[in-house]
Design a protein around this ligand. Structure first.
Ligand code: NAD
Length: 307
């Protein structure tokens, strides 16, 4: 399959590497000059589940790439999605499938402004990754990557993408309800990412605090309230149990939002708790925890001088 990775940071490089290793024709796309130059000069150095490798893989800015692709995987941060969609229009044919695995809420609506519904595939992933230096990344996990087509008639082509990911060792799975998985993943990020960032602690430390149960329940209740208005039922008790089980598995790990602040990069808070606060306000509902958390994270970005 001819594949482009639009946004080749931690996850983009990980997915690109796994798919190229499996014989797909992969091109990385990015805007970060140092990272592009490093990969062009020395190849991509990547450690997958502890094993380091180096591969030659084409990379360039959108304007440098002239081909069209069978599939484009988007791996920008949430706030970079719209800009990337603007920049990659010339890489899309009538049938190019666009797969979005970003964390956060509201991306399907943004993508629908640029891509016909028949070509949109939404999903979530529990693989994790990090950027160690320009041209050097790490990638960890065993999946799954859950995806579902936006247009109900496009299941067959989505199953081909699922198979390609499964063959590449990414554990692709066809999701029966991607809206639910997206909201549930947003609950993970809206609780653990936001609270660990504000409290400057890891997930194990968060779950050892006396206040964690109350805080998490309040946040999940607000997410559930807004999800219900979009036809997604998030049972609060079940979601809280899921979060506890996830936290136990993950342990003393600092979530990506904590790392973003440490690296002086903008967070995705507006697409998590921020979206819940805004949607609640638009719909005459109450989401005070989400609003306060969003304000506090923005205040922290300001203190750190992040633009
Ligand atoms: P990332 O920050 O590694 O990369 C995103 C973009 O930012 C890339 O274009 C990258 O080149 C650019 N970038 C990164 N560091 C930069 C720097 N110092 N200077 C200039 N540009 C820089 O993002 P990611 O972690 O791959 O995440 C992509 C999406 O996937 C996000 O929505 C994220 O929430 C989600 N996600 C990430 C993980 C994870 O473990 N990293 C896990 C699940 C979901």
């Amino acid at each position: 399959m001819k594949i482009a990775i639009a946004g080749s940071g931690a996850l983009g490089c990980g997915f690109g590497y796994m798919m190229q290793k499996n014989g797909n024709d992969v091109t990385l796309i990015d805007f970060w000059e140092d990272h592009i130059k490093a990969i062009q000069k020395n190849g991509l150095t990547i450690t997958v589940n502890g094993k380091e490798d180096n591969i030659d893989i084409p990379i360039g800015k959108p304007a440098d790439i002239k081909d069209t692709f069978d599939a484009v995987f988007i791996f920008t941060k949430s706030m970079g999605l719209r800009h990337m969609l603007e920049e990659i229009k010339h890489l899309l044919s009538e049938d190019t499938k666009v797969i979005c695995l970003l964390n956060g809420l509201g991306h399907a609506k943004t993508i629908a402004e640029y891509i016909p519904e028949k070509n949109i595939i939404m999903g979530t992933t529990v693989w994790t990754g990090g950027l160690d230096a320009p041209g050097k990344t790490h990638f960890m996990g065993e999946g799954p990557v859950e995806v579902q087509n936006a247009d109900i008639n496009e299941k067959e082509s989505t199953l081909q993408i699922v198979k390609m990911m499964a063959d590449s060792g990414l554990n692709g799975v066809y999701s029966q309800d991607v809206h639910f998985t997206t909201w549930r993943k947003a609950c993970v990020n809206g609780t653990m990412n936001a609270l660990c960032s504000l409290l400057d602690c890891n997930i194990k430390e968060l779950f050892a605090t006396s206040e964690h149960e109350d805080l998490i329940k309040e946040i999940v209740s607000e997410f559930s309230l807004v999800a219900e208005t979009e036809g997604v039922h998030l049972d609060v008790e079940e979601t809280v149990s899921y979060l506890k089980a996830t936290a136990e598995k993950v342990g003393a790990h600092y979530p990506s939002m904590h790392q973003d602040l440490q690296n002086k990069r903008l967070t995705e808070i507006d697409f998590l708790n921020g979206t819940v606060a805004k949607e609640a306000e638009n719909k005459g509902l109450n989401a005070p925890y989400s609003k306060l958390i969003t304000q506090l994270i923005h205040a922290k970005e300001d203190i750190l001088g992040i633009k």
